[in-house]
Design a binder for this molecule. Structure first.
Ligand SMILES: [Zn+2]
Length: 324
């Protein structure tokens, strides 16, 4: 992972339970109270400090990831950690902002705890978030983001300030160990001609260099949003026909994900398409639509633009041995 060296060392210690919690110090023969300084209840081992402590639970719950760290309490810390890292990496592909946020939260909890013990400073949730912010700033994850970080830490519903990878809708499935196919999608629309283009392709597949696994379609539409919603449906239909069982679609349309989240009344032209997306989504073992940066969907955008400009349509399926 491309993360701060101090985080690597920290994680290495954490995963080998070599971090100087009170319980670990006690095991090494150092005489001290085992009680957690943050909450005054419970012994300070890594499970308590990073998952079960009141402060930790509040930080995870109110952070961008919305994790309930007290769930699955029988999981060891290492299992719990690896569960989330693998989950985020599978769902986000190469972009790993949630993974970084996850690690930064652990780091923030550790700094806040040290601050409490060594400087006797008060630890409240906002202190931990301040440390998380410092960590993220150092990591540089938000260098491209113009909006202030406070938006990331307390994202209101439907806010467009979610960093790429944070805004997502899961239409079907629970995480399992099977591979997930990533489909990159985009829609394009010409206001003057009302021609819309929809483009999608399967990512990271070994294919002959002149053949895209995916498709494009041209038709008329009333808005860019309609094109974005249509490409979502078309790509899921394609994935279903291609025999793909687990799929994550990457779209740069925040509104698409937002509409799939809510059942609120909406544009009549979109209602049927959205209902159909939800229906077909449920036929997959895993189906998730993930809002990403525009740069991330550039190739799909080219496809969509070509379709809407030259009114071309095509559909290529992988040979059955290639897909999962
Ligand atoms: Zn505690």
């Amino acid at each position: 992972m491309n993360i701060l060296p101090k985080w690597k060392l920290f994680l290495w210690k954490l995963l080998h339970n070599g971090i100087a919690t009170k319980v670990n110090l006690g095991r090494r023969g150092i005489q001290l109270s085992m009680t957690c300084d943050l909450c005054g209840a419970g012994e300070e081992d890594i499970q308590h400090l990073f998952r079960f402590c009141d402060i930790a639970q509040q930080v995870w719950r109110s952070g961008s990831l919305g994790i309930h760290s007290e769930i699955n309490e029988t999981m060891s810390f290492k299992e719990w950690f690896m569960f989330y890292v693998r989950l985020f990496q599978r769902q986000d592909g190469k972009n790993i902002p949630r993974c970084t946020y996850f690690i930064s939260t652990l780091w923030g909890l550790w700094l806040a705890r040290n601050n409490r013990i060594f400087r006797n400073e008060v630890t409240i949730v906002s202190v931990v978030f301040a440390f998380i912010k410092i960590g993220l700033d150092q990591h540089g994850i938000l260098q491209q983001q113009r909006r202030p970080l406070v938006r990331l830490l307390h994202p209101p519903e439907g806010n467009t300030a979610f960093p790429p990878g944070f805004f997502t809708v899961i239409l079907a499935g629970v995480e399992d160990r099977g591979p997930i196919s990533t489909i990159v999608i985009d829609g394009s629309w010409h206001k003057n001609t009302r021609n819309a283009g929809m483009g999608w392709f399967l990512e990271n597949q070994h294919i002959p260099n002149d053949r895209i696994l995916g498709g494009a379609q041209a038709r008329t539409a009333e808005s860019t949003l309609q094109a974005e919603v249509l490409v979502c449906l078309l790509s899921l239909r394609w994935a279903s026909q291609a025999g793909i069982g687990r799929v994550t679609s990457l779209s740069d349309s925040h509104r698409l994900v937002e509409l799939l989240h809510s059942d609120a009344a909406m544009d009549i032209q979109l209602i049927w398409t959205l209902a159909e997306i939800r229906r077909i989504g449920k036929t997959f073992n895993w189906c998730c639509i993930n809002k990403v940066d525009r740069d991330r969907v550039q190739d799909a955008h080219e496809l969509a633009k070509a379709a809407s400009t030259y009114l071309v349509s095509f559909s290529n399926f992988p040979s059955s041995s290639n897909c999962s």
